[in-house]
Design a protein around this ligand. Structure first.
Ligand code: NAD
Length: 484
């Protein structure tokens, strides 16, 4: 089957999934391939009534799912892992088609996405509690964890598979049921994932899907529904802030994975070739459209010339093209607006004195942006203060470590950062002073299902992955036992 047939087989016009039933809607919306600008599918456009029906289904399925033994839930999750891995080709093709990323990046995302099911199938059976003796009275305290309840999940377009599974897997492991709203740019991957989960044995109503072009209406319906006990959001800090305001009305349990502004620090004694290799991954994975993407490079003056020359050469050699083309290393940006936004940031930086030292080639047609290195970037340049979300690498040189760290920490974001140094202890001494939830040390990637992903400051609240990821979907309860 070619991709067109495989998309038709998913039946996206009935892409709403409620209680195991695929549903259509009065309207549909178009999904575009950002490399060709072609419409690749029409998807059911859900409204508030579907949002409520999804909560009905999730609330109805909750008691039975929560009452399953941890082992039974673990086995469903393990089958889900196997099923997702078996469908790697389909999922990678869908990610390439609707998100645009290069095929190798898409396949890596599917592996990462599936791994959350394996990790949380193993974690589902390890929900330990506690048993304590109260110091003064001698009464006994038994501490346990129970599922928080119906969880509303909202995900972005930049990792259409992994951002969904990073939430669904721990929610299901904890015994929660979920309603999921994918980004309207990338609903096909989500439709495929929920279909695969169903086939793997996830009971009807446990995972419900509501694609829409009206996220505000759908998510507000959920946040106002007293049966929804949790919101888990990944996306921009601006939207996260709005949802937190809304969640405050019901004191709703909220996890937020928000924007980043990662610094990439290179010290005087770092291995420059290794730093360049790490920089290429940290900056250009997904075309720079990752929350963990290196956004600002702080390179020690002693190695700056060598770093910029080698990094620039690697950037100019990058093959930019449609993700579907096996040759392509980076694909297009997600939209025309994204291209304009990244161009505006570059123009502003250049107007303020930055220099385009290296620039790669890109296809004329499609939402492509040429990979770019900027040097002579002023430390207070606006491009260093916000998420670029594109393949542009501003480089700042430094000599004074205190000043460099003040610049690195001079942002409201605190998601990821990277440090390249010759000695581990020197890298750690810098890393321990960086205000970020994750620091890559001599490596350009930090994500791992077994590690607690998340940010400081306005990059978010809570963690995903690891044991912490399960806790986000649990309430702690204790029993205080009379001991007379
Ligand atoms: P976005 O905030 O525009 O959208 C994210 C999701 O929120 C989408 O599903 C969107 O439809 C929905 N949404 C938009 N407006 C809404 C509203 N008013 N009410 C309810 N829902 C609404 O973000 P994006 O452009 O899709 O994704 C890029 C952003 O996500 C970047 O800032 C990136 O750093 C961040 N991100 C963070 C992480 C992380 O783990 N910290 C991971 C990936 C992406």
């Amino acid at each position: 089957m070619d991709l067109h047939d495989r998309i038709a087989h998913l039946d996206p016009k009935h892409g709403i999934l409620v209680g195991g039933r695929p549903l259509g809607a009065e309207r549909t919306f178009a999904v575009h391939d950002p490399a060709t600008l072609a419409t690749i599918a029409e998807v059911a456009d859900a409204g508030p009534e579907h949002a409520t029906a999804a909560v009905d289904a999730a609330a109805g399925a909750l008691a039975a799912w929560a009452a399953e033994t941890p082992r039974a839930r673990a086995e469903v999750l393990r089958r889900a892992f196997d099923a997702l891995v078996a469908e790697t080709d389909l999922l990678a093709d869908l990610i390439v088609a609707e998100n645009g990323k290069a095929r190798a990046d898409a396949r890596a995302e599917v592996a990462y996405a599936a791994e959350f099911f394996r990790w949380f199938s193993e974690e589902a059976v390890r929900s330990e509690g506690d048993y304590a003796v109260a110091p003064a009275s001698g009464t006994r305290t038994i501490v346990t964890h129970r599922p928080v309840g119906v969880a509303a999940l909202v995900t972005p377009w930049n990792f259409p598979a992994a951002m969904a599974t990073r939430k669904i897997a721990p929610a299901l492991a904890a015994g929660c049921t979920v309603v999921l709203k994918p980004a309207s740019e990338t609903p096909l991957t989500a439709i495929a994932i929920v279909r695969i989960l169903r086939e793997a044995g996830v009971p009807d109503g446990v995972v419900n899907l509501v694609p829409t072009t009206d996220p505000r209406a759908v998510v507000t319906t959920w946040l106002e529904d007293s049966r929804v006990r949790k919101v888990s959001f990944t996306g921009s800090t601006g939207v996260g802030r709005t949802l937190l305001h809304q969640a405050a009305d019901r004191v709703l349990n909220a996890s937020m994975e928000l924007g980043g502004n990662a610094a990439f620090v290179v010290t005087a004694d770092a291995d420059v070739d290794a730093a360049v290799a790490g920089a290429m991954i940290a900056k250009f994975r997904g075309g720079g459209q990752a929350c963990t993407a290196a956004n600002r490079f702080y390179v020690h003056a002693d190695v700056a010339e060598a770093f910029i020359a080698r990094f620039g050469a690697a950037v100019e050699a990058l093959r930019v093209g449609p993700g579907a083309d096996e040759e392509s290393e980076i694909g297009p940006l997600i939209s025309a607006r994204a291209v304009e936004g990244v161009q505006a940031l570059v123009d502003e930086a250049v107007a303020a004195g930055a220099r385009v030292s290296h620039r790669g080639a890109r296809p004329e047609h499609g939402w492509f942006f040429p990979p770019t290195v900027l040097t002579d970037v002023a430390p207070d340049s606006p491009i260093l203060g916000q998420e670029i979300f594109g393949p542009v690498a501003p480089v700042v040189t430094w000599t004074d470590e205190e000043e460099m760290l003040a610049q690195v920490n001079g942002t409201e974001f605190g998601l990821a950062s990277y440090v390249y140094a010759g000695r581990l202890q020197d890298a750690l001494k810098i890393a321990e002073r960086i205000e970020a939830g994750m620091v890559g040390i001599n490596r350009g990637i930090v994500s791992d299902p077994a590690a607690p992903f998340g940010g400081f400051k306005q990059s978010g609240l809570g963690r995903e992955g690891a044991r912490e990821g399960l806790r986000e979907f649990q309430e702690t309860q204790y029993f205080s036992v009379d001991w007379s």
